[in-house]
Design a protein around this ligand. Sequence first.
Ligand code: AHR
Length: 503
Amino acid sequence: MALTATMMVDKHFVISTIDDRIYGSFIEHLGRAVYGGIFEPAHPTADANGFRQDVMHLIRALNVPIIRYPGGNFVSGYDWKDGVGPVSERPRRLDLAWRTVEPNLFGMNEFAAWAKAAGAEVMWSINLGTQGIEDARQVIEYANHPGGSYWSDLRIKHGFEQPHRIKTWCLGNEMDGPWQIGQKTADEYGRAAAEAAKAMRWVDPDIELVACGSSFLSMPTFAQWEATVLEHTYEHVDYLSLHQYYGNAEQDTATFLARSLQMDQFIDSVTAICDYVKAKKRSKKTMKLSFDEWNVWFHTLESDKQIQPWQVAPAQLEDIYTMEDALVVGCMIISLLKHSERVGMACLAQLVNVIAPIMTETGGAAWAQTIYYPFMHASLYGRGNALIPLIQSPKYDTKEMTDVPYLEAIAVHNEARNEIAIFAVNRSLTDKLLLQMDFRSFGAVALIEHLVLEHDDLKAVNTAEAQAVKPHAGGSSAVEDRTVKASLSAASWNVIRLKVQTF
Ligand code: AHR
């Protein structure tokens, strides 16, 4: 049986011009993300800085505009001063967040150089767990002040004459969570964040600041946390953060594929809270959202409990992603694009080895996981105007959810390139979906390609040896005048790329 759906793609119905930083990612000092991931001086592909070039190659192909660093939970116990200056003098420290030993061979200056080589901006998280205002003003002075002061001159002494000019700063991480070093109440955090923000802006007025929202939607303090934090910080910050991971431990794939609808709801709720505080404060400013941790994460949650503590860079959170995980990642990307009016930044968490699109063997190969591909497609082709998805799709119910559309899709119009990209997931596990798209507002369009990610086995994974799940360009799409008819195979991710004809 085939399902049928329609989609009207109208260039005038613009949600927003997408901020490229929606395709950001995240590197934490956690597991083998840094050591054995992006940094491995003994690796055959390492450059003079110890940066793995095989990994760099895979990252550059993702065109990631911004990368959050150094955490994550790690940052709430981190002293950035341990990671600068002569490497031989840097201390080894216990990291209480992940119960490992941090050797501090890689820190701010190395990361800034690495990010530059990767073509990405740095999004720096400050420690508001064990540290406060004094440390916040010191770290930004070290990173961004040109020179002529104690901390900026120290950076110059460390060999970095030019300031790093880090524009985007996160005020702590998940400060509502009991697992966080230095967990705070919303009032405690809101006050600390507001005062740190003021001090940081006095050092560098050009920065953007992100306040911590809830760690995830089901936190018991969700909503009240956001409202209280914003009461304290509204006029001092530019973004409020959201974090969310989904998993399929229940082996209920129909529900798993529908989780992005909860992500839609999460973003809508946080937007409403921001606007409530805006109204209450009679503020002219509209708060933007930074969805700075999102992904699938569940494969290693249980097994990681067996890891022996106090190792350097053990294999932690090394989820091996399946075909169905890639579909969920695709749906999550579409959710972010649907909300691009408010979501100005987002970070796929994380980038290498730790719940990551890229995996490595220490001393060996680097390869792309299944989730690498939808992220790469969206980052490459999803730049421009996100268009309102005017969709009619049949729906299904799951054990947990009702009225789940089989079709999840959005169109992005890149005016500069005269191109349209349709990102579409067919959530049906059994049936292909015949999608008829109407492009009448564009005039004639021509097919560039129809990329598909699919696999007969939804549990298929990629390994160092084999890319079992990788896209092909053999999707079935046909242009008839101003209509495009596409056939989306069951459980597939699709990218239909079109050229707008300009006669
Ligand atoms: O990304 C892994 C962890 O998930 C981060 O350290 C933390 O912020 C979140 O709970």
